[in-house]
Design a protein around this ligand. Structure first.
Ligand SMILES: *Cc1c(COP(=O)(O)O)cnc(C)c1O
Length: 398
């Protein structure tokens, strides 16, 4: 869980500062707030850490995906290539902006593969909602030429990859817009929250204005006098922002700890015949929030999950034991269930989602085991986890 393991005096102090002024709103009240703009400070931390020119904080990772799509110009009737392996929020946001998801195959990077993207690319393809799954970047060297050659709009949902880089560039900066989540389970948390990043000034203005009813946001000044665009309220509260700001200041420590702990577990796993690992195009850039490995077959991964449960170990397989991250669990999306009419009901789905064939993704996700790496892991507990993990796997592979 990373960030949630680290609540301390600093978080309490920042939250109390907000409560002491009573100004829980991120804009205005300049005198009463005594110079404190926690959301703005969180944005500055996020921009500094990622190297983005602009960052805009919002109320969740999900609203961050939506705002990123809108600001990048994805909308009604646009066909957008998506992954079948992500937190379901990515696909929800594509649908909510009126666009039409086109599912493509992933590979052992756990992200959309260049081959998968090429296989579904048509003249109607408007963009890609690329997800950097499980804390590390997709294969950007292979994907970016496709984006450029086909003039696609790339939006990066890095909801679970803050702290991940590809050859020195933060995820979220390859596309027109990108975003992160600060929900309770992410590498840094604000309780709820998210942030969009971009190097494009127009896209920044749009994400900021869209998230605040279209009020003008030129630079960082909010003007009430005019509405540039139609928008909504995705604002982050100052109390959440106060926590998120401190957590952003902890991210280097969290990532370094993650890396140390993950290496210990991975070294132990590497000794076991039959175990292979998630392919990482840039292992250095890993945020190390997850240790992902493959069992030789889907059957054996299922058996291992049962063994883990018996041995009291936490770990999951996105095919069997986790309800939100793989398309085999998304019947509501396949059946286009919605209380209201969406773009997809009007235009029709670009694929028959109930008849989709994704053999590679099925095989990858079926064999995949994912372990959460703790950042605040006492050495003796880590050692005990490692030993039990190795023993459980050996029992299953014996
Ligand atoms: C967590 C997550 C989201 C949604 O973030 P929330 O803050 O929970 O709304 C979106 N996309 C991905 C890839 C995520 O992991």
């Amino acid at each position: 869980m990373a960030g949630a393991e680290f609540f301390g005096a600093e978080e309490r102090k920042e939250v109390n500062e907000v409560l002491d002024t009573g100004i829980l709103f991120r804009y205005g009240f300049d005198e009463a707030r005594k110079g404190m703009f926690k959301a703005k400070e969180l944005e500055a931390e996020a921009a500094k850490f990622t190297g983005a020119k602009y960052a805009h904080a919002v109320s969740s990772g999900s609203t961050a995906v939506t705002a990123s799509l809108v600001a990048a110009g994805i909308g009604l009737g646009d066909e957008v290539i998506v992954t079948p392996f992500t937190y379901v929020a990515t696909v929800e946001s594509v649908l909510l902006v009126g666009a039409l998801p086109v599912f493509a195959e992933i590979d052992e990077t756990l992200c959309l593969s260049a081959e998968g993207i090429k296989a579904v690319l048509t003249p109607k393809t408007k963009g890609i909602a690329l997800v950097h799954m499980c804390g590390a970047a997709a294969d950007m060297d292979a994907i970016m030429p496709i984006v450029e050659e086909n003039n696609l709009i790339l939006v990066e949902d890095a909801g679970q990859a803050l702290g991940a880089f590809h050859k020195g560039t933060s995820v979220g900066l390859f596309g027109k817009t990108g975003c992160f989540s600060f929900d309770f389970f992410k590498i840094t948390t604000a309780g709820e929250g998210g942030v969009c990043i971009t190097n494009d000034e127009a896209a920044y203005n749009h994400m900021a204005e869209y998230s605040d009813h279209g009020h003008t946001h030129l630079g960082t000044n909010r003007g009430m006098e005019d509405h540039h665009i139609i928008g909504t309220n995705f604002r982050l509260s100052e109390t959440n922002a106060a926590i998120g700001k401190v957590q952003m200041q902890r991210i280097e420590t969290i990532r370094n700890n993650n890396k140390k702990h993950k290496a210990i577990l991975k070294d132990a796993l590497a000794q076991i015949e039959g175990i292979t690992f998630r392919h990482m195009p840039d292992p250095e850039g890993d945020s190390a929030t997850f240790l992902n490995f493959f069992m030789p077959t889907t059957k054996l991964s299922q058996k291992l999950m049962a063994q883990f449960a018996e041995d009291g170990l936490a770990g999951f397989n996105y095919w069997y034991t986790n309800m939100y991250h793989f398309i085999n669990q998304w019947n509501h999306i396949k059946d286009l269930k919605s209380p209201n009419k969406l773009g997809i009901h009007h235009f029709g789905a670009p694929q028959d989602y109930n008849k989709l064939e994704l053999p590679k993704s099925n095989e990858v996700v079926g064999r995949l085991i994912s372990l959460g790496v703790k950042a605040n892991w006492p050495a003796d507990e880590l050692e005990a986890f490692k030993n039990q993990m190795v023993a459980s796997i050996k029992k299953v592979l014996a």
